[in-house]
Structures are given as structure tokens and as C-alpha cells.
Ligand binder design. Sequence first.
Ligand code: ASP
Length: 321
Amino acid sequence: MCTRNPVIVVHGGCGIYKEDFKEVCLLIVKEAALQAYRRVQQGGSALDMVEEASIILENDPHFNAGCGAVLNECGEVELDAMIMDGKSLDTGAVAAVRNIANPTKLARLILEQTNHVMLSDRGASRFAKSVGLPEIPMEFLITERSRERWRTKLSGASTPVDSQIDHGTIGAVALDTDGNVACATSTGGLNNTLVGRIGDTPCIGSGGYADNLSGAVSTTGKGEAIMKITLARLITFYMEQGMSPAEAADTGLQRLLARLQSRAGVIVVNNAGDWTAKFTTENMPWAAVAGDKLYYGIALGEIRNSAIEDTSFQHGARSDI
Ligand code: ASP
């Protein structure tokens, strides 16, 4: 039986973050990584770690996932999420679900309790009901900020960096003490899309991929581009060919940029515990815990670190934006 040093890496979506959002988003991704790491210290698996981190980020209104998700053209929330177990390749995913607080939790129930990989919209709600996962009013997921973004876009106003500002998906990758890897990714999609639009996030190989033979990846960026090159699977393929997580991430992101002129972000861990957080946008809040140290950053090239014990949190309540 192998005992590995566990690793967790989380992201809060690539894009351009306004100054007043940077510190708070960083604080929350750090908290998510630390809480997930505590799970493995209590005997949790890689799947438990990525689920834990995702739920913390889905519950926080600063991110485009769960509460705080962006709205479709009709002003509604439609959520996509996936979770994947690198040991068995078992995957659970949901697409365009509406009244669920934590789509990652629902995705995990699909992984564990059905023979399917993905359920959408009505079918996902039906399944949620059958396993006792409560539905919540959509209003609970909508913040003043997401309504404002929706209104602005409806009015036709845009900024030169609009496509980068729209991002905000969350994700996590982990390696546990048994050497198993897992990934999870969750999103509200992109602002003001057509009703029923499904992005890369719930699709195996696009929004995430996990295989113990190589490692795990979670992606963020424009789903329509990421899907065309199956970015997460591409990066694990590069690792299978011998690249490190950092080389594989850079090569995948550069291919997306060269082939489709699309910027994105990824977090990666391999089965030896090497990890990376890379992006070609201006920002991506990320945090990692490895070897009892916390690493984090939000700007290109930024890597800060601190000892785990030095970190305490009291971030704001969900009603603050
Ligand atoms: N990938 C997500 C989507 O297209 C958006 C994002 O990562 O910000 O749905």
C-alpha cells in the first residue's frame, strides 16, 4: 500500500479581477484548499477533497458557481458541474440544473448511485429529489452583482476585456495518501448565453479529467473553445508522454491560444504529487496545499506561500454582494 503526501489545488476562475475582488477571492480559495486538506488529514479521499473545496466555493457569492452564478439570456441560473475519480475513471456530471445549491454534490451522487455519467435539467432535478437533495428557490442563487452584470449585457454595453471579465468558474484537483487523483469543476457558465447552453465544465476531458495513470486537471475559460481541443484530456495526455504538470499545462494553454485565440486557466496535479496553477488571462485566484505548506496567487507568475498554521479566516457572509 503506497502512502503519498496529499496535495490539493483549487481555482476560482480565470479572467480579469477588479481590485476590490482580488483579496477576498484569494482569501476564499485559500480557505477552500485548507478545508479540503483537513479532510485528507481526517482520512478523506481525493474525491472527498475536491468535493469539499468545490462546495465551499459554490457557497460563496464571489464566484460564478452555485450562489453568485451568472445568468442566462432570460435572467435565470443554469449550473454545470462534474467530478471524476482517477482510480476508476467514474464520473458524475450535471448540465443546466436550476434549483440546486451544490451541483458538485449532485454530480457525486450521480457518480456513486447511477450507471450514468451526466444528467441534465429536468432529469437531474428528478434524480436530486429521488436521493433527497433539496431543491432551493432560484432566487437564493442570484446576487445583486449577477443581476447587474446581466442587465449591463442586455443593454448591449461591453468593455474591451468583456470576454475575460465573464469568467469565474471554480475547480479543484487532488492527490490523496493512497495515490488516487480526482478533479471537480463547477460553473454558472457565461453571461447571458442562450437558454440550455452547456459549456465545457461538465464534459469529461474538457472541464476536467482525472486518471491515476497520469494526474488530474480542472479548467476554466471559454467553454466553446476548451471543448474544441478537450483541454483537460490534452493536458493529461501530455503528462502521459512524460511532461511535468507545468510543461503540460503551458503546452495545452499555448495550443488553445494559437489554435483558437482563446485564453484560459488550469490547475494540474500528477500522480507523483507535482502540481501547478497556470493561466493566460490576467488573473486566476488559486491556492494549493502540499507538504504542509499553503501556496497561493492571483496575478501572472505570482506564487506566495505560508505555513498552514499561520492561516486563519473570517471571510464575509454570503449576503455581502
Ligand atoms: N468554462 C466555463 C464555461 O464556459 C466558464 C469559465 O470557466 O469561466 O461555461
